[in-house]
Design a protein around this ligand. Structure first.
Ligand SMILES: NC(=O)c1ccc[n+]([C@@H]2O[C@H](COP(=O)([O-])OP(=O)(O)OC[C@H]3O[C@@H](n4cnc5c(N)ncnc54)[C@H](O)[C@@H]3O)[C@@H](O)[C@H]2O)c1
Length: 241
């Protein structure tokens, strides 16, 4: 059985449930009454905070897209502890980027440095708290503008809806205070561009992804939904690559 929970836009959730033959739920309790084996969070950091502990306690494994919520170490530790107690897992989907396998092997090799640059069209960044009310130029002839440079943790508080990718990369490697991030606004872009650079004892890797925005939400990536499907497929497979 599949179920959809959307307590913020129930009409949207109902439509999605209808289109996919899923059961619609308007509360977390209703969702948990369906005894899910996996709960996939594709909503927001706030939603993740609401559902993570109850889902794990009810016996569900958790698949997460809004990984930026784990920048709150207290919440992260509570979720990890609950998963341990309940013998359940938390899976962070690769979302809009990739290369976590290389990054994790490179970290074990040692002396790793991780930097990430995310470049997005201005409309994907407008309204972020890190812009402090500034409006980014959307004129395609205007220059690329650096709007943030700092640690992954700072990036998440400045661009909470845009940079879950760097939270996932940091959790996979050095942690949120050791991964560096730059965010650029590029009016000539139609896709989001993410560049991850890894340097260490293993050598050097540069991973570049041009991820098309989701047709329904320019702040999000089309690839993110497919990363969840690929993760679920991998979990079920007897061979793990
Ligand atoms: N890790 C990544 O690479 C990555 C990539 C893309 C999106 N994301 C994150 O995934 C999340 C979903 O992205 P999206 O593009 O699908 O967003 P979206 O806004 O298109 O859809 C989110 C849906 O969740 C619902 N929702 C919001 N809060 C809820 C709550 N508390 N309980 C139940 N439902 C709730 C909304 O009504 C909406 O229908 C966002 O937090 C986004 O930042 C992460």
């Amino acid at each position: 059985m599949t179920a959809v929970l959307d307590s913020v836009a129930p009409q949207k959730g109902r439509r999605l449930a209808q289109e996919t033959g899923a059961v619609f739920c308007s509360t977390v309790d209703e969702l948990l009454e369906t005894s899910p084996e996996y709960v996939i969070e594709a909503a927001s950091g706030t939603a993740l905070r609401q559902i993570a502990i109850p889902c794990l306690r009810a016996g569900a494994n958790l698949v997460v897209l809004s990984s930026g919520a784990f920048a709150d170490e207290r919440f992260l530790n509570e979720v990890i502890e609950t998963a341990r107690e309940c013998s359940k897992k938390i899976y962070i989907a690769s979302g809009a980027i990739g290369g976590f396998d290389v990054a994790q092997a490179a970290q074990i090799a040692g002396d790793l440095q991780v930097t990430m640059t995310t470049e997005k069209p201005p409309r994907a960044l407008q309204g972020a708290p890190g812009l402090k009310g500034a409006i980014l130029s959307e004129d395609p002839k205007s220059e690329v503008q650096e709007v943030f440079r700092g640690t992954a943790r700072q990036a998440i508080s400045c661009f909470p809806k845009n940079v879950n990718v760097v939270a996932s990369l940091s959790l996979a490697t050095l942690g949120l205070d050791q991964v560096s991030m730059t965010v650029n606004s590029n009016p000539s872009l139609t896709s989001n561009r993410h560049i991850v650079v890894l340097e260490g004892i293993f050598g050097m890797a540069r991973i570049e992804i041009q991820a098309k925005p989701s047709p329904n939400n320019p702040q999000s990536s089309l690839l993110a939904a497919y990363s969840v499907l690929s993760l679920l497929k991998k979990i079920q497979s007897p061979i793990q690559i």
